[in-house]
Design a protein around this ligand. Sequence first.
Ligand SMILES: [Zn+2]
Length: 98
Amino acid sequence: MIEMHNEVVEAVVEQYKGADEDIAADCLVYLSSLKVLPLAYTATTALESMGRCPTCGCKLESYTHRVYHSEVDEPPYYESVTEVYCPYCDIRGGDYVG
Ligand SMILES: [Zn+2]
């Protein structure tokens, strides 16, 4: 059997890209939940490349905060660090691992 997971995921993304991207994300979440490893992996990768949560398909959000480096001798002492999080899983789900 030929592995067609790339084609399947591409077809889903292509079909629903643009205004219907939410539907594509839902489809990819469904595919990634199947016990078909290459397909699940490809679907998860596609969700990540769309900036979507691989668990629920929500659009990921990011926030930037500054980290102070006391070990540096010259400015800048602060480093901007951007963290990506899912507004649904990471906050309402309660097990935020930042
Ligand atoms: Zn999520």
